[in-house]
Design a protein around this ligand. Structure first.
Ligand SMILES: [Ca+2]
Ligand SMILES: [Ca+2]
Ligand SMILES: [Ca+2]
Ligand SMILES: [Ca+2]
Length: 459
């Protein structure tokens, strides 16, 4: 899921002065460059998880901004960037040709859409940089044995979509074991593409759904989880509302069923939030209903899930950050069955913009700041060197990549290294995010690695 659009001690400020890239231009942080294809042979094993990094500003051949996606596997011991793959429109089987400012990789999502046991990659490209004649497309690249990719299909845009693929979210909305893909279509419409065994051969079933508000001003976020607790994944859509008297963003649950996602009906349970937000879905209080967690400015608000949708009356502010929150992800970091929440605060406070990620842990009464963990580059053994304007936490993701039922944290600093961009991955442990033994990856100059990321365990 993607939404459009600190605490710093004297010790950290000291690091800023002595250790950052800008202070020592010749110095490079210890990171694994991932903009080129990996050179290592794939091991004779299947990955346990996959981290997808969309790099829409990436250069392909002589085409600037053609865009590519870096796929980083995990074989059960932490992400393995040496075995990365790079997918672009010159990759075998991928339809289309690279073009300047094509922006391939603007949105990425992963899932097993053909249910063959290999995780597939969905790539959304709205083509906004190329003018109105490119209304967007979604490409599904199929995974195969040993982490290879060789076949893909591009789903043409429907006539009523003009921002197709700008935001993607994956779930099994009809619970048939084939992952399904929800894609932004236009200001108030989501298109759902149902997974099927024949996806490579013929067009999948697609359906357009209203995202909720009567006067939508643009979908800003999509996330998936079983809010109603009936075994079918539900889609949670966040949509701007075009209402001068009451501007804001509406959160709607579109319920899954045996027939797939069904348009909203009955009682209005849609909360309205004031600020452009980011949302995640997970069962923070472990009552069998996934909860919707949204950031609203510097606050984190939890809307408990119920069999009828969201309990707006039971909503609570689980945490107030000292500065603006930029990104949010939900997943179970410590494996206790309660979903946890990662918050990226790239701008920080007081003009110090190295950025940080705060992890809030779920419990019987939901999310609170008790026991919160603050992650920053170089802090408590985490990789990297905190530099002013790095902006760690511009995006965050939580996903169990190594297969131990604890979510790993991926956090990006797209501005780091003068726009080279960096992504830090730290493993989930029973005691929370493990700051030691983390991996730091970095991109090519001016490609803002980490601006787009998504992670998923293998099926
Ligand atoms: Ca597959
Ligand atoms: Ca399905
Ligand atoms: Ca937890
Ligand atoms: Ca894990």
């Amino acid at each position: 899921m993607r939404a459009r659009h600190l605490r710093w001690s004297a010790v950290v400020i000291g690091l800023l002065i002595t250790g950052c890239d800008t202070a020592q231009p010749g110095r490079h942080e210890d990171c694994v460059p991932v903009s080129t294809p990996g050179t290592a042979r794939p091991p004779n094993a299947e990955a346990t998880g996959l981290l997808a990094l969309g790099v829409p500003k990436g250069q392909v051949g002589s085409y600037k901004g053609a865009g590519y996606v870096v796929l980083v596997p995990d074989y059960g011991k932490g992400v393995d960037p040496a075995n990365r793959r790079r997918i672009d429109q010159t990759s075998p089987g991928v339809p289309g040709e690279p073009a300047s400012r094509g922006g391939f990789g603007e949105a990425v999502a992963t899932g097993d859409f053909d249910h063959d046991g290999h995780t597939d990659l969905a790539v959304g490209t709205t083509g906004v940089g190329r003018g109105p004649i490119h209304p967007g497309s979604v490409t599904i690249v199929f995974g195969a044995r040993g982490g290879s990719y060789g076949q893909a299909v591009t789903l043409a845009v429907s006539k009523d979509c003009w921002s197709f693929g700008g935001i993607l979210s994956v779930g099994d909305f009809n619970n048939d074991s084939f992952d399904d893909l929800a894609a932004e279509c236009n200001a108030g419409t989501v298109q759902v593409i149902y997974g099927a065994a024949h996806l490579r051969l013929r067009s999948p079933e697609r359906a357009d759904l209203d995202s909720g508000p009567k006067e939508p001003a643009g979908i800003t976020g999509l996330a998936t989880g079983d809010v109603t607790g009936d075994g079918y994944d539900d889609l949670v859509a966040e949509t701007g509302v075009d209402d001068p008297a009451d501007a804001g963003y509406e959160i709607n649950v579109i319920a899954g069923s045996a027939r797939g996602l069904t348009p909203k009906s009955g009682k209005d349970l849609s909360p309205r939030v004031e600020n452009l937000t980011d949302l995640g879905v997970g069962d923070v209080d472990r009552d069998g209903h996934a909860d919707v967690v949204v950031k609203n400015g510097s606050e984190v608000t939890v809307y408990p899930g119920t069999s009828r949708g969201l309990d707006t009356g039971g909503a609570y502010v689980g945490f107030r950050n000292r500065g603006l929150i930029n990104s949010l992800a939900v997943g179970d970091v410590n494996g206790d069955g309660h979903a946890d929440v990662a918050l990226g605060a790239a701008q920080g406070v007081g003009g110090v913009t190295a950025g940080s990620v705060t992890v809030l842990y779920g419990g019987a009464s939901g999310i609170s700041g008790t026991g919160a963990q603050v992650i920053a580059e170089g802090k408590d053994g985490a990789p990297g060197v905190a530099g002013d304007r790095d902006g760690l936490g511009r995006t965050v993701a939580l996903a169990d990549l190594d297969g131990d039922s604890r979510a790993e944290l991926a956090a990006s600093a797209p501005a780091e290294g003068n726009g080279r961009g960096a992504v830090m991955v730290l493993r989930g442990t029973a005691a929370g995010v493990g700051t030691r033994g983390g991996v730091m990856m970095c991109g090519a100059p001016h490609t803002s690695l980490g601006g787009v990321l998504d992670g998923r365990p293998y099926p």
